[in-house]
Design a protein around this ligand. Structure first.
Ligand code: UDP
Length: 242
């Protein structure tokens, strides 16, 4: 194994340009202070992320994704992860709502794109452009690429989720550098890394159910799977107290 993260394991292959990523059911929140298991999450996130990465590639976004090879595994291009978490916010929620003292759900115009330093030890502190460059995390040109790519991902995902009865509130992206120095979208896009609210009821269908002990956690992940992977009609999740 090359690396074990909180939700995924990464394995080397015979080809040094390819890795296998395995999605786990392990869940963490609040910088791993809260830990647990969400049954079936790895299968859901692998499938949802695979569908979204393929769709984004069709819309011109370069990604590390090559192929979903099993229920829990993907074959991806080997990249060096840029240690910047790119957060895109269409509405205020989570740490943003708390930081600025605004209600969750407040529409943001313009949308907000933020950088955080990917460091568990430091609790992913926010970065501005100068800090990211001065710390050697990325070049100014790379930051411009990250901004443009994140905007395109948002413009592509918003209508895609809306057609499936889901409001994309915010999400986190990670990018990597290939051996040739090209920047590609990496990591995952799933209910672990997006806030997704049911358009009809406002029900949360994402990791906030785990973070905030809202119940029906597995059901929420399965509902996202139904809508995104199976193209099924939206239905409310059983037993959710919104
Ligand atoms: N996010 C993530 N990993 C992180 C931090 C945030 O996937 O380490 C996602 C999170 O699921 C949400 C968005 O990024 O969709 C914005 O999260 P926020 O900054 O509000 O932090 P949180 O409230 O999750 O601590």
């Amino acid at each position: 194994m090359r690396y074990e993260g909180k939700a995924k394991k990464v394995y080397a292959t015979d080809d040094e340009q390819r890795y296998v990523v395995e999605y786990k059911d392990d869940a963490t929140a609040y910088n791993a202070l809260k830990r647990g298991t969400i049954q079936g999450k790895g299968v859901v996130n692998n499938a949802v992320s695979s569908v979204l990465f393929e769709m984004l590639a069709e819309h011109g976004v370069p990604t590390h994704f090559l192929e979903r090879i099993s229920d829990r595994e993907q074959l991806v291009r080997a990249v060096e992860i840029i240690p910047i978490e790119v957060i895109v916010r269409n509405r205020a929620a989570g740490s943003f709502a708390k930081r600025y003292g605004v209600d969750e759900g407040l529409e943001l115009d313009p949308i907000v794109i933020e950088w955080c330093y990917k460091s568990d030890e430091l609790g992913d502190p926010p970065l501005n452009d100068a800090t990211a460059v001065a710390l050697g995390l990325a070049t100014p040109d790379e930051l411009e690429d990250l901004f443009e790519l994140a905007s395109t991902v948002n413009d592509t995902l918003l209508p895609y989720f809306e057609e499936r009865g889901l409001e994309l509130v915010d999400f986190k992206l990670e990018f990597g550098r290939t051996a040739d120095g090209d920047i590609v979208l990496a990591d995952e896009i799933s209910p672990d890394t997006c806030r997704l609210w049911d358009l009809a009821s406002g029900e949360r269908l994402d990791k906030d159910r785990f973070r905030r002990d809202l119940g029906s956690v597995e059901e929420a992940y399965q509902e996202v799977y139904r809508r995104v992977v199976e193209g099924a009609e939206p239905r409310p999740i059983a037993g959710a107290d919104a």
